[in-house]
Design a protein around this ligand. Structure first.
Ligand SMILES: C[S@@+](CC[C@H](N)C(=O)[O-])C[C@H]1O[C@@H](n2cnc3c(N)ncnc32)[C@H](O)[C@@H]1O
Length: 253
């Protein structure tokens, strides 16, 4: 597990998303997660590619109309609304960020199913035991301060035999010294208390009572996202004065 070398608590993660709300929406859009480009979707825009990742991650969930789901770390709720619209399911969408939830509530509600947005810490969530038919967590696990508790809560709230689909940032098992320092810095700046290896997460999940049905490394198919984001940030720095003002105003924090 790579961990941030500064203490990070749940309110730090909430503050990160509240403070950077405008920039996340500008640079990432409503889906705050990677895009997926594979052979058959190589010409996709980043917006199409983020949807493709969502489709890929949720494709093995046996969803039926009327099912109850949790979207753990829902961001602006785009994945929750997509699931409701495409599968006619009811989604409880949790984020730590008031601003994300406020923006999500302004979006047109799904035509099918429903989405309820909660500003709530998943690690202390109020969902009832065995109340969920399925759950998704798209790129939120790295933000959790207690990874075991993440899986314990997942196990508590899912019905026996129910499925979860996670998209997770993982680290290679043997990073070199430079990679290790770089990853620690990413953890600190991204408010990620820790990032585990795939094996560490699999072991934790199994310890908490899960059976793993599929685990796939999609790194090569998602990495293009970072070039696109970097380009958008650089362009913003040159064309939008508020980018520079924002960065300078926070430079000492
Ligand atoms: C990288 S964003 C991903 C957002 C969304 N899943 C998406 O793909 O667009 C991480 C999200 O996880 C949420 N998050 C992080 N830790 C959380 C926690 N302990 N409880 C609830 N949400 C959490 C953040 O508030 C943020 O919305």
């Amino acid at each position: 597990m790579i961990t941030a070398k500064i203490p990070l608590a749940t309110p730090d993660v909430a503050r990160h998303y509240d403070e950077l709300d405008e920039f996340y929406r500008d640079v990432w859009g409503d889906h705050v997660h990677h895009g997926l480009w594979d052979d058959s979707h190589d010409d996709h825009s980043v917006e199409e590619a983020t949807l493709h990742l969502l489709e890929r991650v949720t494709s093995r969930l046996p969803l039926k109309p009327g099912h109850r789901l949790a979207d753990i770390g829902c961001g602006y709720g785009a994945s929750s609304r997509w699931l409701a619209n495409h599968h006619n399911v009811h989604v409880t969408a949790l984020t730590l960020s008031e601003r994300q939830a406020a923006h999500a509530r302004l979006a047109p509600p799904p035509v099918l199913g429903s989405v309820e947005y909660l500003v709530q810490d998943w690690l202390e969530n109020s969902l009832l035991d065995a109340s969920l038919d399925a759950a998704i967590a798209i790129e939120s696990l790295a933000h959790m301060t207690d990874k075991r508790r993440f899986f314990q809560q997942l196990h508590r709230t899912l019905k026996p035999g129910a499925h979860a689909a996670l998209a997770v940032w993982t680290v290679a098992p043997d990073p070199n010294w430079i990679e290790q320092r770089l990853l620690e810095k990413i953890c600190e700046e991204g408010r990620l208390p820790g990032m585990g290896t795939l094996q560490e997460y699999e072991e934790l999940a199994k310890d908490c009572g899960f059976h793993i049905t599929e685990a796939t490394d999609l790194s090569a198919q998602v990495e293009r996202t970072w070039w696109i984001i970097a380009r958008r940030v650089l362009l913003g720095l040159f064309t939008k004065p508020r980018y520079l003002r924002f960065i300078l105003s926070r430079a000492f924090r």
